[in-house]
Design a protein around this ligand. Structure first.
Ligand code: 13P
Length: 251
């Protein structure tokens, strides 16, 4: 059985005071206490304080990005060992905003995936097509290419300790959610690509859906057989909404 996972990607929102308040509210509603594993990913500068407050709590901490290098002269970067040091357990890699706005290519994303695992952390690998790619029927090709790059560097064994998030770019922050059927189709493709290499690893791999998930549409998405939870953007910034999404996972 795959334990469902819900992760909140706060992106570049909020202040220290707001981050502290949100963490406090999530602790108060016991967001991590249900059937789902629950992760929050605040901006880098708020991770250390969040890590201290969440010590011993069921709510887990993640980061939104990481440097592919382990140490050295990389001004402005943050290493996976630093993230582990402040209490992170998960790290998002290859988010479409990193790919589109900061020029991250498949090879760099694969290196980040490996760097995260080298520190014993769990990468949440984001894949997904743009609207133009979907409209010309290239969804499978794009998602397969993104997976292949990571398979080539980490091997299928890497997916034994990783999470994949399918985030169609056209659904992120647009209010236009993929239908449960659209999500299921691509999730099944993702699991199938991994199953070609190792059926056991594929069967235990958690594949999250991300893109305009809200409390009102989470349950129907999570009800699909290959949807193992969600990666939540805007709706993760409100504790009650996020809590209701976490409660929407299959029991
Ligand atoms: P929204 O939930 O705001 O659409 O963002 C999704 C996302 O990009 C999560 O990583």
């Amino acid at each position: 059985m795959r334990r469902p996972l819900v992760a909140g990607n706060w992106k570049m929102h909020g202040s220290g005071a707001e981050a502290g308040r949100l963490i406090g509210e999530l602790i108060a509603i016991n967001a991590g206490g249900g059937p789902a594993e629950v992760v929050v990913c605040p901006p880098f500068v708020y991770l250390a304080e969040a890590g201290q407050r969440l010590r011993g709590n069921a709510l887990l901490l993640g980061a939104q990005d990481v440097c592919a290098e382990e140490i050295g002269a990389h001004t402005g970067e943050v290493s996976a060992s630093m993230l582990a040091d402040v209490g992170c357990r998960f790290v998002i890699v290859g988010h479409s905003e990193r790919r589109a706005l900061y020029g991250e290519d498949d090879a760099l994303v694969a290196r980040k995936f490996v760097a995260v695992q080298r520190q014993g952390l769990v990468p949440i690998l984001c894949v997904g097509e743009s609207l133009e790619e979907r409209e010309r029927g290239a969804t499978h090709e794009i998602v397969s290419r993104q997976l292949t790059a990571v398979l080539g560097m980490a091997g299928v064994a890497g997916f034994g300790a990783a999470v994949v998030a399918y985030e169609p770019v056209w659904a992120i922050g647009t209010g236009r959610t993929a239908t449960p059927a659209q999500a299921q189709e691509v999730h099944s493709l993702i699991r199938g690509r991994i199953a070609e290499k190792d059926a056991t690893i594929a069967a235990s791999l958690r594949v999250l859906y991300g893109g305009s998930v809200k409390a009102s549409n989470a349950a129907e998405l999570f009800a699909k057989p290959d949807v193992d939870g969600g990666l939540i953007g805007g709706a993760s910034l409100k504790a009650d909404e996020f809590g209701r999404i976490c409660a929407a996972v299959r029991k």
